[in-house]
Design a protein around this ligand. Structure first.
Ligand code: HEC
Length: 134
């Protein structure tokens, strides 16, 4: 458990760092996702070894969904606030990002920032698909 906490610390620190400098999907993906999922979405073998789990392949989400990119699913998994525990998919080690992507003085501003960033990340993951998604 301690090893897992130490392993995840850099990701969590990056995520809660107050100023998320750039809000483009590419930058958000590079900062919050690439360490586990790899720059191209196919997975980062070194991280998978440390975590002891596979992270799946984000570049074939459309392919394995009949050619249609499952945008709603990706947004829900990235947000993770609807999930019962700390992880976006119960029992899997995919962190939930919704709360960490919030930023601002009021609840409304924080929610707006989180939704905008989740949308930008979801759009970026669409661009990683091996097949042109519908
Ligand atoms: C600490 C490592 C880690 C980070 C960082 C991470 N993920 Fe994940 N992700 C996982 C794991 C582990 C799974 C579960 C894989 C499985 O199904 O067994 C997963 C699953 C997913 C899934 C579901 C894939 C499927 O085929 O069902 C999506 C979509 C996803 N991640 C997107 C993202 C995005 C976008 C980010 C950045 C905001 C991100 N992840 C950051 C580890 C991570």
């Amino acid at each position: 458990m301690r090893r897992l906490v130490l392993t995840l610390a850099p990701f969590v620190l990056t995520a809660v760092c107050p100023a998320i400098a750039d809000d483009t999907g590419a930058d958000l993906y590079a900062t919050h996702c690439a360490a586990c999922h790899g720059a191209d979405g196919t997975g980062e073998p070194a991280t998978e070894r440390v975590l002891g789990v596979g992270v799946g392949d984000l570049s074939t989400l459309a392919e394995s969904n009949g050619g249609e990119y499952p945008a709603g699913f990706v947004a829900r998994v990235v947000d993770g606030r609807g999930a019962p525990g700390p992880h976006a998919i119960p029992g899997k080690r995919m962190p939930a990002w919704g709360r960490l992507l919030q930023e601002g003085d009021t609840a409304e501003v924080r929610e707006e920032a989180a939704s905008r960033r989740i949308q930008a990340i979801t759009d970026y993951v669409r661009s990683l698909q091996v097949e042109t998604p519908r």
